[in-house]
Ligand binder design. Structure first.
Ligand code: GLC
Length: 748
């Protein structure tokens, strides 16, 4: 037996060595081929490779001057070429008529689906499931690559702690660990393990960096992030994306501590290249290079080009400062041609890895399986996994015999349910809740009540009330139109828009139970109406298969499986609000908090709690990060640690007993958080470090095991290096970020 084992290990070693040698050789071959191309390039042709040309997504004809620019080698990549025959025509010109036949790369924002639309990314984040992210990306790439698109501007990895920010809709939520798990899923789904696969796409981790930290949740606004926080929170999902081999990075619009990302050498060279060894290419966001003038960081486009090139920004999206000024900057010695060669090399490397030099044209036999049964089924499953049950006063699931009043502006809104960033999604293929109720022959009356989410007219109220009166239960599908979240769509007040709250309150007077289903791009503050409704389902914008997913959940064919990826505030005034906050010197608790209306008239100045809370909104969210109900109940017991003391080289095993205490089978997401009680920098009260989704039958008990290692204890302090500090830690295991069992251990 021993001999066999030695032989096996020897063979494995030889195979591994030869694999590494082969891939090293392949990499060297690519570098050699790039060198040959760059050597032949004129400076204009090099600059051409650095230009990503945007075409309007509504372009109906291909302008002759655009074709001529390709013919002259002035364009390296295109964005939003919507017609597939234009993709073919432009690529043909590049290959057959441009000086060196360097292929173009075609890009698009394929964020959560191409034709088959999955839930918006904040919804995918609510699935707490890497495979759901991977599936969304895989199907997006299969469908999008059939149009010749081999580069997508996803995943968006901006940690978001403020629901007023419109782009929280595209974000992986507020937690760096969950965001990192999702980041790997997205990159693996888009890129597969073989980038030359014609259905693969180069992914783009964006927006680098700190976009979600914009002050007040105001899009594009200032981000002030001290470096330890930037490294401990905002950088983490990008590290994860790099570890999965992401090929491109997009800079963010915002400044980071006074320096706009697109001209930030510390970020793009010192951190991204020198520290993180990124070997793909960096693209600016739309005009973000020339926006450095607005920022007051560049005096003109020439200086913007100088700053961006020398910061290490490889490709300029849509603005043309490189095209107009790099040649002059080289003449003036402000930019070295070697730096231009470096930028070109990064871009050509990705084109080689995508196999574009060998196969520049899209495969005519690759149909993309648009809207295939498999794709639609997976989109529905993703929508179910994303939906979060926030309240259920024993009204869900519904009986099949229930007579329903289907009401609300999103009950039949095929475009809105797709959500933000769905250029190619087609509302004609959207399956709305109304359509599903009809298809499934549900006993229901439909009365919109309001025509769209911002509708302030009450003309439809009467009919809605009449429908409610003759029904057993009201299913009110509320929320936001897609346009009320996403880029440039921040809101200061995040209640339900229009007269939705008013209609819900009037319907509540009928005495019929109300199931509120919310389709929106962000948490919606529902404090005003939570007592008027009997159940609340957060569906985010669920995509093409919103109807079938919501139907299955309402009637108990499927359990809502989502857990909140962001803290849900009571009011926008609490924002930013997140679970992994610091304890402060005066943490709030129920004892110290006095609600504003309970304060005695004439109360003495210092007579109240003197802790960190709002007199009117208190100190807790409406629903915490990680929260979500199901159709059964669970109990956690017997938390046990393998040791009470460990050294940093040892692992810690954590065991907990989970029991399904309800009447039906169901799933729970068991979450493990760590607290580093004392540090050389103050540490968050909790940090998510593991989670496991567990399915149990009614009455079943299972021991859930986690293993914690040194990486989970590491953080960056003011030394700006990762450290592990001895001392006391707490392990919390719970069903969300504020409850659960706790045990301590000491790191010796
Ligand atoms: C937009 C967005 C970015 C997107 C790019 C191309 O302004 O900020 O996320 O990928 O432009 O559409």
């Amino acid at each position: 037996m021993k001999i066999y084992k030695i032989n096996y290990l020897l063979i494995l070693g030889v195979l591994l060595f030869s694999y590494n040698a082969t891939s090293a050789q392949q990499e060297q071959d690519i570098e050699d081929r790039i060198t040959k191309i760059i050597t032949k390039m004129t400076l204009e042709q090099k600059i051409g490779q650095l230009s990503l040309r945007g075409t309007s997504s509504r372009t109906k004809v291909l302008p002759e001057e655009l074709k001529q620019d390709v013919r002259d080698g002035k364009v390296g990549a295109f964005l939003n070429v919507m017609k597939v025959d234009y993709v073919d025509e432009l690529q043909k010109i590049a290959i057959e008529e441009s000086p060196l036949g360097v292929p173009l790369i075609f890009s698009r924002d394929i964020i959560h689906g191409f034709k088959t639309i999955f839930p918006i990314p904040i919804g995918i984040a609510a699935s707490w499931d890497k495979e759901t992210a991977k599936t969304s990306a895989r199907i997006s790439a299969i469908e999008g690559s059939s149009y010749g698109i081999r580069w997508t501007f996803a995943p968006m990895l901006d940690i978001a702690r403020d629901s007023r920010w419109g782009r929280i809709a595209e974000s992986p939520g507020e937690d760096p660990y969950l965001a990192s798990v999702l980041a790997k899923g997205y990159v693996e789904g888009f890129q597969t393990d073989n980038l030359t696969n014609p259905t693969s796409m180069a992914a783009c981790a964006k927006h680098f960096i700190g976009y979600g930290a914009a002050i007040g949740g105001r899009d594009y606004n200032t981000a002030i992030i001290h470096e330890p926080l930037l490294r401990n929170v905002y950088l983490k999902p990008f590290e994860a994306a790099l570890s999965s081999g992401v090929q491109t990075i997009m800079t963010s619009f915002n400044e980071v501590n006074g320096v706009p990302a697109s001209g930030n050498k510390w970020l793009l060279t010192d951190v991204l290249r020198d520290e993180m060894n990124f070997d793909g290419f960096v693209v600016s966001d739309w005009n973000s290079v020339t926006e450095m003038i607005n920022h007051g960081y560049a005096k003109d486009e020439k200086q913007a080009a100088d700053l961006a090139v020398n910061a290490g920004l490889d490709m300029e999206m849509t603005s043309k400062s490189y095209e107009f000024y790099v040649k002059e900057l080289i003449k003036e010695g402000k930019v070295k041609e070697d730096q231009i060669d470096f930028l070109v090399r990064n871009i050509l490397r990705v084109k080689f890895k995508l196999g574009l030099f060998e196969k520049p044209y899209r495969s005519k036999t690759h149909t993309g399986d648009l809207y295939s049964e498999e794709h639609l089924t997976k989109a529905k499953t993703a929508a179910i996994k994303s939906t979060v049950l926030l309240k259920n006063e024993s009204v869900l699931p519904l009986k099949m015999s229930a007579k329903i009043a289907l009401i609300g502006p999103l009950a039949n809104a095929p475009r809105e349910q797709l959500g933000t960033w769905t250029f190619d999604g087609e509302k004609e293929h959207s399956v709305t809740p109304l359509k599903t109720f009809k298809d499934k022959r549900v006993s229901f009356k439909f009365s919109k009540g309001l025509s769209y989410s911002r509708d302030k007219s009450t003309g439809g109220f009467e009919a809605a009330i009449e429908a409610a009166k003759v029904s057993d239960v009201i299913v009110f599908i509320a929320g936001e139109e897609a346009i009320l979240s996403g880029e440039a769509h921040s809101r200061a007040n995040i209640n339900l828009p229009g007269k939705q709250e008013e209609l819900i309150k009037i319907l509540a007077k009928t005495g019929k139970p109300i199931i509120l289903v919310i389709m929106a791009g962000r948490p919606i503050t529902i404090t005003n109406i939570i007592d008027d409704v009997d159940a609340v389902l957060m569906a985010w914008h669920p995509g093409t298969m919103a109807g079938p997913a919501i139907y299955d959940i309402l009637f108990g064919k499927k359990e809502p499986l989502g857990r909140l990826p962001v803290t849900w505030p009571k009011t926008a005034g609490q924002l930013p609000l997140f679970y992994n906050h610091k304890n402060t010197g005066r943490p709030s608790d129920a004892e110290s908090f006095v609600q504003i209306d309970d304060i005695p008239v004439g109360a003495w100045q210092s007579s109240l709690g003197n802790t960190t809370h709002y007199l009117d909104a208190g100190f807790t969210p409406h629903f915490p990060f990680g929260y979500g109900l199901g159709y059964t109940t669970f109990k956690l017991e017997h938390l046990r640690l393998s040791k009470t003391e460990i050294t940093e080289s040892e692992e810690l095993e954590v065991f907990v007993s989970l029991t399904n205490t309800g009447e039906s089978a169901g799933e729970e997401v068991v979450q493990l958080y760590l607290q580093d009680k004392v540090g050389s920098l103050t540490r968050p009260v909790r940090q998510l470090r593991r989670f496991k989704r567990v399915r149990l039958n009614s009455g079943e008990t299972r021991i859930v095991k986690f293993i914690i290692n040194r990486k989970d204890l590491e953080f960056v302090n003011n030394s700006l290096k990762p450290v592990i500090e001895k001392g006391e830690f707490n392990v919390y295991v719970g069903q969300n970020s504020v409850s659960g069992l706790v045990k301590g251990f000491v790191l010796k």
